[in-house]
Design a protein around this ligand. Structure first.
Ligand SMILES: NC(=O)c1ccc[n+]([C@@H]2O[C@H](COP(=O)([O-])OP(=O)(O)OC[C@H]3O[C@@H](n4cnc5c(N)ncnc54)[C@H](O)[C@@H]3O)[C@@H](O)[C@H]2O)c1
Length: 257
């Protein structure tokens, strides 16, 4: 297979959650550039529409769907919209997620917060995989990419629920890969600190300096660094890769504390 064919997603249909900003938007644009039609689900419909505008500017097809991934009916509607508009689903980027940011003091946690965060970061991903899998199997091409975090694999103060839910994403990825082959591959990406709005809310010059001291590649990540990993897992280039967690982190660790 030529390099071009290895990364060609012409005729494929992708769903990206949280596609209105950050890693989700960069991933949606990257998949579209490779030829996929992309369904952009986001809590914020305007931001999803803006991503679709950028996809259309590339001469590709996109669809914005207002979707809160913590609401099961929204997930059903997201997949139904993809199938109704583009006829199938081949690629799922489970990207929407959040929490942590050094605010999860173990002595102050409520069951409500824990449940909400696990629903956002882990449970919603499982439901979306369940909903997409029959369509992927029917088309004999499926790739799921779950966005995890370096927090899944290390410890840092006051991130216990975010880190635990992302660790769950890693193990869930391996189980889903085991259950869903051979038609469907399931992999995860664990980003280090990536310059997005989410990171911007907690990053100070002092924290950045400390992060860079432990980052051999000498800079924080860009959304494109992650989108390139998403493209690899989505495309035939990774045809014999499943159940893997790829940490894209500048070769080091970036801690908030
Ligand atoms: N930025 C980082 O440094 C970093 C590091 C590790 C992991 N991650 C993970 O990457 C993913 C994306 O993070 P980001 O930094 O790009 O975020 P971001 O804040 O830049 O963008 C998140 C997008 O998701 C949407 N969103 C939020 N809640 C949603 C919900 N319930 N349903 C649907 N859409 C929702 C927002 O409207 C926004 O458009 C998350 O899973 C996050 O945990 C990010």
């Amino acid at each position: 297979m030529s390099i071009r064919e290895n990364y060609d997603l012409t005729g494929k249909v992708a769903i990206v959650t949280g596609a209105g900003d950050g890693i989700g938007r960069a991933s949606a644009l990257k998949l579209a550039e490779a030829g996929a039609s992309v369904v952009c689900g986001d809590l914020n419909e305007e931001k999803a529409l803006e991503t679709v505008k950028q996809i259309e500017a590339l001469g590709k097809r996109g669809l914005a769907v207002k979707c809160n991934v913590t609401v099961e009916q929204d997930l059903v509607n997201l997949v139904d919209s993809a199938v109704k508009t583009f006829g199938k689903v081949n690629i799922l980027v489970n990207n929407a997620g959040g929490g942590g940011a050094g605010k999860e003091n173990i002595l102050n946690l409520s069951l409500e917060y824990i449940t909400k965060t696990f629903t956002l970061n882990l449970f919603s991903m499982i439901i979306l995989i369940k909903l997409c899998a029959p369509h992927m199997k029917a088309d004999k091409y499926g790739s799921v990419i779950n966005i995890s975090s370096m927090a899944s694999n290390m410890v840092s103060h006051d991130m216990i629920i975010y880190g635990s839910s992302k660790a769950g994403v890693n193990q869930m990825t391996k189980y889903a890969a085991y259950d869903l082959g051979p038609e469907i591959r399931v992999n995860a990406i664990g980003p280090g600190a990536i310059k997005t709005h989410a990171l911007g809310t907690v990053l100070t010059p002092e924290i950045e300096k400390k992060m860079l001291a432990k980052t051999p590649l000498g800079r924080l990540g860009d959304v494109d660094d992650i989108a390139n990993g998403v493209l690899y897992f989505a495309s035939p280039a990774s045809a014999w890769t499943s159940g893997q967690i790829l940490f894209i982190n500048g070769g080091g660790t970036q801690e908030l504390d």
